[in-house]
Design a protein around this ligand. Structure first.
Ligand code: FES
Length: 520
């Protein structure tokens, strides 16, 4: 089996029984804020695109690059489709010209021609990616690979049971807007960023330890930020609060826990797997030297991409759009139907639209999404649950394109700032990624079906429910207790054990009691 690194979460897997191209991403995503790092635009995409199978793990724009798929990927390729609750991924691929789909069932192995076997695990909670994220397992001639990319399975047992895995490819770096966009003192942002960076590594190490693969490939990040406005998000200034560490930083951290089996996939790296061996050829002589020259690489890359960013900026402006009127038309029918999400938000959310000078611009319009009142209206000097501040042109563009997922566009762009009263509220972000009838209904149904977990476990001096109240991670594996607080390492949520209160988000109470105290 041969793996060719093609940048970010993308790779091509070649076997004698066929090739699979995964998540090819080249064009900037999220309002031209994210670019693949390192630059992968010079690869032979015409050749790479002649593939037998295409796997797009999910609809996040750094995995689903419509322009690139249209231009370079053979429409004769059979799409390996995860089992998602909505048909959006299939619909969007069909629109690009793909016609051959192999609809997989989550966690079931599919036998393809020539002895190639694949299995896709689809994660389907409303907080998994854009309503769905997935991992691909591949086996050929006794060699097994798990492309976990940025999916967060609650455990990897289903893959481990299929036999020893030789290559484990997974995310290790950040892919979110937290904490950078929050209006907090810099010292607090640095402290939160540092915590987040450490948690990302801990979670990655946990997954690696669970699967015990022969070789580990850190992939699916970090992106790079080539627009001057976002340049500070690149991890080049030695900032310990930066959540976007690169592959070399990961390898160095991984070595600190005594591990030497990680392999970097640069765009163009070829890794040949045979039994336990992995022979790697890189497109550069010295990988460490490449990362040491990262800042120069980014500066030259930014220079090349400047016209692309300028063209994108010019396309966002639609001054004829009446933003309040359009938001009312789009959002009020959804507020009418929302039960669990509206109750979860439980307050107004304010949107400040500013002139196009980044988040520092002057406020030209202030609008409230009033969840309890089920309406969208002008802000009237009231207390709000969250406040978002962004350029008006970005919202004009979201409305112009009828975007149904603002997390997969505005929020991941980091071209906004946020302030909140109280804790993080996942319902706010779930609502803004469900701005269509289909998505909203699915999310509402999902929350309606959540049941408390009946099983208890003992962790240290405490008895707690086995499954995390967030997304049901097994706390025997992901739970750690420190000073009366349980942290679930899957997403880092924290729970006060004495009260069961979730310290990270509203709701989501944990059942807990001291082990010495009998159950009531
Ligand atoms: S499953 Fe997300 S923090 Fe536990």
């Amino acid at each position: 089996m041969r793996i060719t690194g093609t940048g970010h979460a993308s790779m091509r897997i070649d076997t004698a029984a066929g090739s699979i191209l995964c998540d090819p991403w080249v064009n900037p995503a999220y309002f031209a804020s994210w670019f693949p790092f390192p630059d992968n635009s010079q690869l032979d995409w015409a050749g790479l695109g002649q593939t037998d199978y295409l796997y797009v793990s999910h609809l996040h724009r750094d995995h689903f690059d419509a322009e690139h798929l249209t231009r370079y990927v053979s429409k004769k390729a059979t799409v390996l489709l995860p089992e998602y609750p909505t048909s959006e991924l299939e619909d969007q691929l069909r629109e690009l010209g793909f016609t051959s789909f192999l609809k997989t069932t989550s966690n079931e192995v599919v036998e393809l021609d020539g002895g190639l076997r694949v299995m896709i695990q689809a994660l389907t909670s409303p907080t998994d990616g854009p309503i769905g994220d997935s991992s691909l397992w591949v086996e050929y001639d006794g060699v097994r690979l798990l492309n976990q990319n940025d999916a967060r399975p609650t455990d990897l047992a289903v893959f481990a049971e299929l036999g020893h895995v030789h290559a484990h490819l997974l995310q290790f770096s950040g892919a979110i807007w937290y904490p950078m966009v929050y209006e907090l003192p810099q010292v607090a942002k640095t402290a939160f960023g540092k915590q987040k960076r450490e948690r990302q590594f801990d979670r990655t190490f946990r997954y690696i330890a669970d699967l015990e693969a022969s070789w580990v490939f850190p992939i699916a990040g970090p992106p790079c930020f080539l627009d001057e406005e976002l340049w500070q998000y690149n991890d080049i200034a030695g900032d310990e609060g930066n959540i976007f560490p690169d592959q070399q930083v990961f390898i160095d951290e991984y070595r600190k826990i005594g591990k030497e089996n990680a392999v970097i996939l640069l765009p163009g790296t070829v890794a040949r797997l045979e039994g336990e061996s992995c022979v790697t050829e890189h497109p550069v002589d010295d990988v460490r030297a490449f990362f040491e020259a990262k800042e120069q690489h980014l500066k030259e890359y930014a220079q090349r991409q400047r016209p692309v960013i300028e063209a994108a900026r010019a396309s966002w402006r639609h001054p004829g759009i009446d933003v309040l009127k359009e938001l009312k038309r789009r959002i009020e029918p959804l507020l009418d139907e929302s039960v669990y999400l509206a109750q979860g938000v439980a307050g107004p959310v304010r949107l400040d639209l500013v002139t196009p000078d980044g988040a520092d611009g002057e406020v030209v319009e202030s609008i409230v999404i009033d969840f309890p009142g089920q309406q969208v209206r002008r802000y009237s000097d009231e207390k709000v649950r969250y406040r978002f501040r962004t350029e008006r042109v970005l919202v004009e563009h979201l409305l112009h394109t009828e975007e149904v997922d603002w997390a997969n566009s505005l929020f991941l762009s980091c071209r906004f700032s946020a302030a909140r009263i109280g804790q993080y509220n996942e319902f706010v972000y779930t609502f803004v990624k469900c701005l269509s009838e289909e998505r909203l209904q699915y999310a509402e149904g999902w929350y309606a079906e959540q049941r408390p977990d009946p099983e208890d476990i003992t962790l240290g001096d405490w008895v707690v429910q086995r499954r995390c109240p967030h997304l049901k991670a097994d706390l025997t594996r992901f739970g750690i207790i420190d000073d009366g607080v349980l942290t679930c390492q899957l997403h880092g949520w924290r729970f006060d054990l004495a009260s069961g209160r979730c310290l990270t988000s509203v709701g989501h109470e944990l059942r807990s009691r001291p082990a010495a105290q009998p159950a009531v």
